[in-house]
Write a protein that binds this ligand. Structure first.
Ligand code: ZN
Length: 236
């Protein structure tokens, strides 16, 4: 990425209300743009090489209502804490702290149980969800890859902000841990999509034919991610 942060997030007073703003400078950008970053609950202003903060401010002022509406429409942030509802494969599970328990984090009676000190609860849940994501994604990826006669070199679990997964030329597949929050058929589609890139490193009709041969959920999953993807970025 050519993007680099110019400044930390700041709270600006716009005509339609206060807005957290993150400034970015991009060597590739052609014009000043605004986008909403659900993970940070902020509007990101991207400045091309010769544009200044003044042009960014002008665009923010001109689109102040859009910014306020979009920020206001974001799902509330769900922190990993006692009682928080966290979906696993689309099924909501409350977090229950069991300070006297053993075994770190486990699932029991439809709940996410967390042992140990409260101060470490959020970190433990986050680590556990990453591990769950790997456990759910790995067999699906290996299965899909076997069906198209390819091998997965490595599976990386990450937390990207603007994509759900990627496929590197060396055969490494990377996935967002947040996919484990989504229904299983959505996860299955994203895995099929990346495995299909082991066959076709593009988004040509041939690529989509491979995806559709691997999973029947392509259209429904794409629609689900478009409607609900931003919500997944609000956990943790
Ligand atoms: Zn793709």
């Amino acid at each position: 990425m050519a993007d680099s942060p110019v400044a930390e997030r700041e709270l600006l007073s716009l005509p339609h209300g206060p807005a957290p703003v993150v400034w970015r400078r991009s060597a590739r950008a052609r014009r000043v743009t605004l986008r909403i970053d659900p993970a940070r609950g902020a509007v990101v202003v991207t400045l091309p090489p010769r544009a200044g903060r003044r042009q960014g401010m002008a665009l923010l002022q001109a689109h102040s209502r859009w910014v306020a509406d979009r920020l206001g429409a974001l799902a509330p942030r769900v922190l990993f804490e006692e009682g928080a509802m966290v979906p696993i494969l689309g099924v909501p599970h409350p977090i229950r702290h069991q300070p006297e328990g053993f075994g770190g984090v486990w699932r029991e009676d439809g709940e996410i149980r967390v042992a140990g000190e409260r101060a470490f609860l959020a970190r433990r849940v986050a680590d556990w969800l990453r591990a769950e994501a790997r456990r759910e994604i790995t067999p699906r990826a290996l299965d899909h890859a076997a069906r198209v006669g390819r091998t997965v070199k490595r599976i990386a679990i990450k937390d990207p902000r603007t994509r759900w997964a990627s496929c590197a030329p060396d055969g490494t597949l990377a996935f967002s841990w947040r996919l484990v929050l989504a229904p299983p058929w959505v996860l299955d589609y994203v895995v099929a999509h990346e495995v299909a890139h082991l066959v076709e490193m593009n988004h040509s009709p041939r690529f989509w034919a491979v995806v559709r041969a691997l999973t029947p959920h392509t259209d429904a999953a794409k629609a689900w991610l478009a409607a609900n993807g931003a919500r997944l970025l609000r956990y943790g």
